[in-house]
Design a protein around this ligand. Sequence first.
Ligand SMILES: Cc1ncc(COP(=O)(O)O)c(C=O)c1O
Length: 457
Amino acid sequence: MSTIIEPFKIKSVEPIYFTTKEERETILKDAFFNPFLIRAEDVMIDLLTDSGTSAMSSAQWAGIMLGDESYAGSNSFFHFENAVRDITGLPIVIPTHQGRAAEKILFSQLGGKGKYILSNTLFDTTRANIEFTGATGVDLLCAEGKIPSVPSPFKGNIDIVALGKFIEEKGADNIPLCIITVTNNSGGGQPVSMQNIRDARAACLKYGIPLFLDACRFAENAFFIKMREPEFANATVEEIVLEMFSYADGCTMSAKKDAFANIGGFIALRDEKLALECRNLLIITEGFPTYGGLAGRDLEAIAIGLHEVLDEHYLQYRIRSIEYLTEKLIAAGVPVMQPAGGHAVYLDALAFLPHLPPDQYPGQALSCALYKEGGIRSVEIGSLMFGKYDNAGQLIPAMMELVRLAIPRRVYTQSHIDYVAEMIIQVFKDRESIKGLKIIYEAPTLRHFTAQLEVMN
Ligand SMILES: Cc1ncc(COP(=O)(O)O)c(C=O)c1O
């Protein structure tokens, strides 16, 4: 069988509302050229995020009806706890309402002024939660991960030499943990190899530094390991996942990704003392430790989703659909991150719009152009999201200027993806007409969510 089919049938549908290019031009202006500020019904294909946007299975919906809403000790919590333990092997499970709540709680315990938290690449909320405690987040991505156009199998790897060097330089006492993001969302959805996780584990162990995983896309990462790391060609995804987590002292997780849930997250740990401190904070900020900001029905949906995501037919279809879009774009000469990532296609906005320097936010300009052309919503992952200012108020640009088209799980069919390719190729043909943007309002943290921009003349 050479055709890879969607391994599901559609039982329930939602309409897509069509808009004209002229209507979208007005919508964009009213949203201050920030796709986050556009109403969802004005979007035709919503690739803003793969987070919380999955289509749940009939088994998950059935689980929702069985949710036990007891305040303490609900059955749904124990289903959830068992699922996390089975899949990760981590014994202590603390539910949270989403990934960033897990980060907030963990880094409130481990962060603080003068501390450094090391990573391959920290996601924006992870970095913000680290910096909120006064600690510094440090990205140590491998060299090949920084060049979008160069294909390499594990571009999400952490640079092991740089990791050792950094620890030696700053001292292990100032480094409360290293956290590896699998797959590496901000670095293109690129996977991390098992060997790299092992090497990071060894480096951390040498200095007594705990190793954590930011595990949002653990199953997609495991499937890449199966496909690309010969040692694992015959291993099951379950076995690979268990081994990945065996090297970790804990993880943070947003269940809105690989657990197919619309909300939810957790911290999983081995250390009882740290767990106690986290639970104490959890009670103040999220809720009792057996629900952690979630309804019993959400816990059920996550427990079921965590097992569903390990289905290799699903993972093959998932990874292939991202590759399919990437290949179409490459064939048309569109500059994209290579190879395809696990959950999204990343356009290289600097190469797409070479006439726009980083301080004209080429990623944001491209994202707006895609909306105008085809009603497609994407997100900039570049200097609007990660840029900083120096003392003179000059922009320090992000490492890369990317536009992410994140594909929600089990939501769009191949013809939707064909449409997306057609629209991107059209925008590429007209690229010289795209103008830069300037910021007219920005919040002090995570500015990309609410920033307002205008077109430069
Ligand atoms: C790698 C990574 N970490 C953490 C988060 C935060 O999770 P949440 O959106 O559930 O707060 C995300 C969300 O996109 C993510 O991709």
